[in-house]
Design a protein around this ligand. Structure first.
Ligand SMILES: NC(=O)c1ccc[n+]([C@@H]2O[C@H](COP(=O)([O-])OP(=O)(O)OC[C@H]3O[C@@H](n4cnc5c(N)ncnc54)[C@H](OP(=O)(O)O)[C@@H]3O)[C@@H](O)[C@H]2O)c1
Length: 292
């Protein structure tokens, strides 16, 4: 089996490394070639254009930022001519509608398409413990299970293309909403002079608790948002994708739109490349500027 890996950013690099560690032959492309050095050192073939990678391998895994990046890499005029007979596995976070459009373009080019977005971040990617959610035909899921198991032990079949992308957006809506909600209560207890340890002790013992609160607590207390696994700009992207997709579903989106505004302010405060828990700094320091 030979796999082409397109997009070796924060998540793509450790995922591609897992394939190499499993002795899978790998050809890799990344827009910024410097990021390919660890893969080249580990034995991957490196190419300077995505179409060379697509041409060289039967399976093509995409771990790119968004749909425009996918169109750029996969569906530009010359790249799309190489899709015949290829299986494209799209693992980034995009909307169901975008995923279905990309599927249609791949199928029109003679290829087949699965979506397999993931929950989990760099540590889980390194350990092969991502939660992989598959949108495909059941038979396609079965056929590609072995390959997907390199990223997570039990890839889950969700339904046809679009359903896994939708599930992923629903989960990321929770990341944005839970984190901003926790940040507001944390800032509030601090301003009220309530002991933070006591707040956390009660919270941990209650049904309100989510493990992500403890994952982000220290960063918020220290104001340390450096070296992110998941940067603020990507959480804003996913929040916007959720709002865009949900618009046609007759849902009240006012709560997540409020979170989007906080994330937009975080971007203005130069936290784009920092950890998304930087939204705590916005809530704490920008309240008067934004407040009603
Ligand atoms: N980080 C996480 O914890 C996490 C978890 C689950 C899912 N995701 C999702 O997985 C995807 C990748 O995330 P990541 O954290 O790995 O992001 P990242 O580090 O920003 O990597 C993004 C990749 O896309 C490439 N890219 C972006 N725009 C491009 C364009 N116009 N043309 C060609 N290549 C382009 C980048 O190339 P360059 O290197 O040249 O910039 C890079 O390889 C995103 O959809 C993200 O939402 C992330």
């Amino acid at each position: 089996m030979k796999v082409a890996f397109l997009g070796t950013g924060l998540m793509g690099l450790p995922m591609a490394q897992r394939l190499l560690a499993a002795d899978i032959e790998l050809v890799a492309y990344n827009r910024t070639p410097e990021k390919l050095a660890p893969l080249e050192a580990a034995g991957a073939e490196i190419v300077t254009h995505p179409r060379y990678a697509i041409r060289a391998a039967e399976y093509v895994i995409l771990m790119l930022t968004n749909a425009p990046a996918i169109y750029n890499v996969l569906l530009s005029d010359r790249a799309s001519q190489t899709l015949k007979g290829r299986t494209i596995i799209q693992m980034g976070t995009i909307t169901p509608t975008q995923s279905q459009e990309i599927r249609d373009a791949v199928v029109a080019g003679g290829g087949e398409y699965l979506e397999a977005p993931v929950l989990g971040s760099i540590p889980e990617a390194k350990a092969g413990k991502l939660i992989v959610m598959v949108g495909a035909e059941p038979e396609q899921y079965q056929r590609h299970l072995n390959l997907l198991q390199n990223f997570g032990a039990e890839p889950l079949f969700v339904g046809p293309v679009g359903t896994a992308a939708g599930l992923k957006l629903a989960l990321n809506q929770l990341i944005a909403s839970l984190t901003s909600s926790f940040a507001l209560s944390l800032a509030f207890v601090q301003r009220q002079g309530v002991n933070v340890d006591m707040f956390m002790q009660i919270l941990r013992d209650s049904s309100l608790y989510a493990p992500t609160f403890d994952k982000k607590l220290q960063r918020m207390l220290d104001g340390n948002y450096a070296d992110p696994n998941f940067p603020t700009k990507h959480l804003l992207k996913d929040t916007e994708l959720f709002i865009c997709e949900a618009k046609s579903l007759s849902l009240d989106l006012s709560s997540i739109k409020g979170v989007r505004q906080i994330l937009q302010t975080a971007m203005k405060m130069s936290f784009a490349e920092d950890d998304y828990s930087s939204l705590f700094a916005v809530i704490k320091e920008w309240g008067e500027a934004i407040g009603d």
